[in-house]
Design a protein around this ligand. Sequence first.
Ligand code: AMP
Length: 558
Amino acid sequence: MRAYTAGDIDVPLLEETIGQNFERMVAAFPLHDALLEAAAVPGEEARRWSYSKMNDDVDRLARALLAMGMAVGDRIGIWSPNCAEWTLLQYATAKIGVILVNINPAYRSHELTFVARHNGMRMLVVAPSEPKSDYVAMARAALAECTELRDLVFLPDHGAEGLTAGDPVVAAEQTYAELLRRADDVGHSALQVRLAGLDPHHPINIQYTSGTTGFPKGATLTHHNILNNGFSIGELLGYTAQDRVVLPVPFYHCFGMVIGNLAALSHGAATIIPSRGFTPAAALEAVQDFGGTSLYGVPTMFIAELALADFASYDLSTLRTGVMAGSLCPIEVMKQVITDMNMADVAICYGMTETSPVSLMTRAGDSLDQRTQTVGRTMPHLESRIVDPATGVVLDRGDIGELCTRGYSVMTGYWDQPDKTAEAIDPEGWMHTGDLARMDVDGYVVIEGRIKDMVIRGGENIYPREIEEFLYTHPDIQDVQVVGVPDARYGETLLACVILAPGAAVMDLAALQEFCRDTLAHYKIPRLLEIRTEFPMTVSGKIRKVALREEAVARLGL
Ligand code: AMP
């Protein structure tokens, strides 16, 4: 049986723009909550938008951008941690056909300038500076270096010091409040004319993917790509206008803006921002305070929430579902989320930025094993297959090879990099993910790791995931990553990097090996152990395995 499946097609794809879809929801649920942001500073009020109020504010921003002369296809960058203005800008740009460029808040000057130049960004919306990131100064530096970048807009600061109206000294700078005042120069009909003339198959978003080598690449996505992906995810999670979706995941990444915002807001549900950056306590507080029905996170976020000393004191009784995604989702963590966090219907999503992102997902009716041990099956209207990475031949069910995705969700390409696009998407339209996977007889897929993370020890292929899954069952291990490091005799050997559970006794290599002895084949037993307090992470919460390996190699002098 070939490792190929196609998703259901019973619910038709949406043929509308993001703006049209949103206006339908506004008409259907004007007074429902759309967007809630927990107070950033104790004592402040949460900020709240109903669908109708959000639409008013989106339109005001959209008209202000029209007043600035923004044309269809122009690029506006957003460089900020999560905040309500992020969502408002996402919808305002979509309504006027401007391409929103998501910029990773962890970027520094050099990367910002690269990205702004690369897509000829016209305007950059900038977060207030923070102790660990002087956004304003770095944005000003980019402005000086990028000829096409003409406008900086500074977002308001909540409580703390920041730029206020009147501060900017340069003509190219304005505050968000000043930008909004320009809306008075453009009538509502001009906005409606622009909205009605947009094509859902035109690009609306560029998301830069880190890549492993060289400069970031700009995955270019249309309304059709991301609206349909978000909508499908919402359908499979059973979202209705009663749902309240708590989003500790970053908006600059598709996890926040598509799996989060688009999935919820295409169903009349509410989106909830617990904090600007992730903190486990803020996420659980938001569930409790706003009656969250759905909670998202990469695995490390759920691990941190479950590990809170006062975890049991949070009222999580309103939760029913959520999404875990972004990297391998440990089976033990999934089980705890289901039982201890009340998330009976939690789903695993698998995907990548280049495919909008989600291409595989578990379903509510799946067995516990399918929902915890696989990343589910192919999403509606998409196709998946597993190929031999060397020959491209489609493999049999059960065999490990490269996972490929085809269908409406595949990006139009990397911005201005046709050569890189051709390396990723083959002539038949298959996006090559770079992930190793196998498909079972029922079409459920298990991710075995990245092609580049596979360890080859003395000729044996080792998939670190298998060992990590086993080590997670050790009561003293809170989190673990297994990487291959150079070894004179075997080429590569296994290093286990362990974060101990709170209160756990010290663990040495001999004890760890003893734990593995009867369960893992000898060549899969780690030969090195490192106890750590944290892992190097990306801002989207993914563990940087390459960095982890490099650090260890340097420290161990290998
Ligand atoms: P990004 O483009 O940043 O979303 O990263 C995409 C990559 O994240 C994929 O190619 C996978 O390696 C990884 N990934 C995403 N979701 C999952 C998942 N549920 N299980 C395993 N790996 C995942």
